[in-house]
Ligand binder design. Structure first.
Ligand SMILES: NC(=O)c1ccc[n+]([C@@H]2O[C@H](COP(=O)([O-])OP(=O)(O)OC[C@H]3O[C@@H](n4cnc5c(N)ncnc54)[C@H](O)[C@@H]3O)[C@@H](O)[C@H]2O)c1
Length: 260
């Protein structure tokens, strides 16, 4: 592979994003980690892990809800790492609330982080691919909640359905330039996000901490919780030439929870 392939992964300071960053580094990419400034210490550890794999890595403090931050991060990746080939719009947040309690502030927050960021990521990556004369690949985080609405995850489900819509739209609009646009839809991954979901569900339904997670994991046909590496395998495929003829898709990677 060309030694100057570069991927930018948002929210790669921890969790699924970290797993994706390490997988793409193993695949031969130099990596830009775009995460919030307060995550810098964690992100620096990931930078080191990538360097130990023999690839270059940078951390760019980025708030993905801000358009100028995403454009600046893409510029930094291209300038400091020498190319730009893949963006993974991974960063996202969850909210756990009955629909009757969702506030205007809640909606604005989750949509700015989970949805606006994907629009800005698509825009910044497409502009850079075109400037560099590349085809490029755009990959975003959806969820099982992008395929089926989950109770008490109303705003989150809506935001992830939006990612699915944007993926289909961008795939069609960017296909003439050879850019592919896909999304991965994880199930239940043991990250900080599920710690929060489990805690909030406990507050709502009174079950003990860990019980909601356990019950959800028991519904997974393959019989175990998902890992960031499970998700990263799908992203590796989408980023690879093996997926050159795949676009506009949202691929469930959930161990057997939903079927389409
Ligand atoms: N954990 C799961 O079970 C699960 C399931 C389906 C989909 N997902 C999706 O996968 C993605 C990653 O989730 P995770 O489980 O690794 O979560 P996580 O909370 O462990 O990590 C999220 C990362 O995103 C970063 N982030 C949050 N807001 C940001 C912002 N405004 N700007 C830049 N970075 C920001 C955080 O700092 C963190 O590093 C999310 O989009 C999530 O919705 C997760």
């Amino acid at each position: 592979m060309d030694s100057t392939k570069v991927a930018l992964v948002t929210g790669a300071g921890q969790g699924i994003g970290r797993g994706i960053a390490l997988q793409l580094a193993s695949d031969g990419y130099h990596i830009a980690i775009a995460d919030l400034a307060f995550q810098e210490d964690k992100a620096r550890v990931v930078v080191k892990e990538i360097e130990e794999l023999g690839r270059k890595a940078i951390f760019v403090a980025t708030d993905v809800s801000k358009k100028e931050d995403i454009f600046a991060a893409v510029d930094a990746a291209a300038e400091q790492l020498g190319s730009f080939d893949v963006i993974v719009n991974n960063a996202g947040i969850a909210q756990v609330k009955p629909i009757e309690e969702i506030s205007e502030e809640d909606l604005n927050k989750i949509f700015s982080i989970n949805v606006n960021s994907v629009v800005f990521g698509i825009q910044a990556a497409a502009a850079k691919f075109t400037a560099l004369g590349k085809k490029g690949k755009i990959i975003s985080a959806a969820s099982i909640a992008a395929v089926k609405g989950f109770p008490i995850l109303g705003a989150y489900s809506a935001s992830k359905f939006a990612v699915r819509g944007l993926t289909q739209v961008a795939a069609q609009e960017l296909a003439p330039r050879g850019i592919t646009v896909n999304a991965y839809a994880p199930g239940i991954v043991g990250t900080g996000m599920w710690d929060l979901i489990d805690e909030k569900l406990s507050e709502i339904n009174g079950k003990s901490r860990g019980e909601n997670l356990k019950e959800n994991v028991e519904s997974i046909m393959l019989g175990r919780i998902e890992t960031p590496e499970d998700v990263a395998g799908v992203v590796s495929f989408f980023a690879s030439p093996k997926a050159d003829y795949v676009t506009g898709q949202v691929l469930l990677v959930d161990g057997g929870m939903l079927y389409n």
